[in-house]
Design a protein around this ligand. Sequence first.
Ligand code: ZN
Ligand code: ZN
Length: 150
Amino acid sequence: MPELKNCRRCKRIFMYAIGPQICEACKKLEEEEFERVRQFLKEFPGATIQEVSKETNVSTQLIYRFLKEGRIEVADNSPIALQCESCGVRINSGRFCVNCSKRIANEMINAGRSLKESLKDYDEKENEGGLRYLHGVRKDESIRRDFKRK
Ligand SMILES: [Zn+2]
Ligand SMILES: [Zn+2]
């Protein structure tokens, strides 16, 4: 039965009936993006999600969803996969393998800039990165203190 829902892509309210929870405008956009991904994979079966994303300008999350929804077909012997963007090793999450992220983190400290942003996702997932984590906790506590004072 149709009901009002928020489009999960643009957050606008729309009349939802069936299928993915997105509005008509976004559905159209997604179809176009899906078509780009499909065409690309036809030419380059076994490409990684990152390669596909880079070449088609479609976000990796959306490609994951296409995969999860079974809309993208990949060859059995060359499944679409995440790859370390630095050395090409297979990884399960993030953008770099453990070795490379450590190396890059070191280089970052030495260089003192640039890659920080691209590593942010990874750091947040890992929680190992001592300084950043501690800093986050400290910030958190000071916010709480401020809150109490008011
Ligand atoms: Zn929408
Ligand atoms: Zn690597």
